[in-house]
Ligand binder design. Structure first.
Ligand SMILES: [Zn+2]
Length: 361
């Protein structure tokens, strides 16, 4: 079984917002939440430490994420911010969660912030035991927790290695649902990020902002979780990557993580409109993987960014997926499309690992 790297997981957000404990089994979590609002809001969980072990998910990009208050889903929602100070506080709390996980259970989770951290983790996964720590590379999604650029050094010292300046539109750039260019602050942010070699995550950035960022950013560039716009015609969203963005990421030797979320795989698919998960086979995910490979002419620029539990769960993923471990089912589907063993290892995890080996301090 190849190692999987999942380039997008809102772990701390789920722990703080829904009280999820990822050391529980999925069965336990689903049972505990059965009569709560959580499955309605966020779907049944697809992630647990045990499933990471079953599926050989060695490494995840663990996010810091909160929404601006204008996008809160309901009145008393807590992981939302009114201003940059509040954003800073929420993101800092989530980062503390990851540090506490690493400190209190290093046999289960550990922050990966350097090449030696990564090499040690990969060595551990070579051991033929059934239990390995899951590595967490810290990704900041939405940049408004960065109140001023002098704070970048502290975020870096605390382990943040990737920054996506947008979720919806931010003061740095246009984003999902709120299109627009890179702002003056956004250009300054990119210039300061490059000083620390932060990886820039183009996911959620509006195309105008992303194209300009591809032109000017001097550090590494990836897209942790986005699908191909050209396979989602008339989707009426700026959330997917156009071929122009995909080409730009490939030119920068980056990687794109595809998202196995039905609404991002089939135009018009919506859980709350009664659509069934059977309408979207896992094969559709392979179409998006293959599209990036066809543009690149190789298998070196695509990976997985599941975003599981990030606003959707079991009810909204292809029917072959009961948990994150089932992403291993991509192996046979890719193989049936003549992808080699090496290609498949690249796609499931090695492409991300190669970039981390290159980009981590
Ligand atoms: Zn996202």
């Amino acid at each position: 079984m190849p190692l999987i790297v999942d380039a997008h997981a809102d772990i701390a957000y789920n722990m703080l917002k829904y009280g999820r404990d990822y050391t529980r089994t999925l069965e336990e979590t689903r049972n505990i939440e059965k009569n709560s609002l959580t499955p309605k809001e966020n779907g049944d969980s697809l992630i647990s430490w045990h499933e990471y072990q079953h599926g050989q998910v060695a490494l995840i990009f663990a996010t810091l994420f909160a929404a601006p208050i204008r996008f809160r889903a309901y009145e008393n929602e807590k992981q939302v911010y009114k201003n940059f100070d509040e954003a800073h506080k929420l993101y800092k709390n989530q980062l503390d969660v990851y540090h506490r996980m690493t400190d209190s259970m290093p046999d289960k989770f550990r922050i990966i912030a350097s090449k030696p951290d990564l090499n040690l983790l990969l060595d551990l996964w070579q051991n033929p035991t059934s239990q390995h720590p899951v590595g967490m590379v810290i990704l900041m999604e939405g940049g408004e927790a960065i109140r001023n650029l002098s704070e970048l050094e502290e975020w870096h010292n605390l382990g943040v290695r990737l920054i996506g300046p947008a979720w919806v539109g931010t003061r740095y750039c246009g984003g999902w649902k709120e299109p627009g260019p890179l702002t003056k602050d956004g250009r300054k942010l990119l210039s300061a990020m490059a000083d620390f070699n932060f990886t820039l995550d183009l996911s959620h950035m509006d195309e105008r902002a992303a194209i300009e960022a591809l032109d000017i950013y001097e550090g590494p560039i990836v897209g942790t979780h986005a699908n191909c716009a050209s396979l989602m015609p008339n989707a009426n969203t700026n959330r997917h990557f156009t071929d122009r963005i995909i080409e730009g990421i490939i030119e920068h030797d980056g990687v794109i993580g595809v998202v196995p979320f039905n609404s991002y795989l089939k135009v018009g698919w919506m859980r709350d409109k009664g659509h069934s998960r059977d309408e979207v086979p896992l094969q559709t995910v392979v179409n998006h993987i293959d599209h990036v490979c066809q543009i690149a002419g190789n298998s070196l620029h695509v990976g997985i960014g599941s975003d599981f539990d990030g606003g959707f769960g079991l009810q909204s993923v292809p029917s072959e997926i009961e948990s994150i471990a089932d992403l291993q089912k991509l192996v046979s589907l890719l193989s049936a499309r003549n992808y080699s063993e090496v290609d498949i290892e690249n796609i499931l995890g090695n492409n991300w690992i190669t970039r981390l080996k290159r980009d981590l301090p």
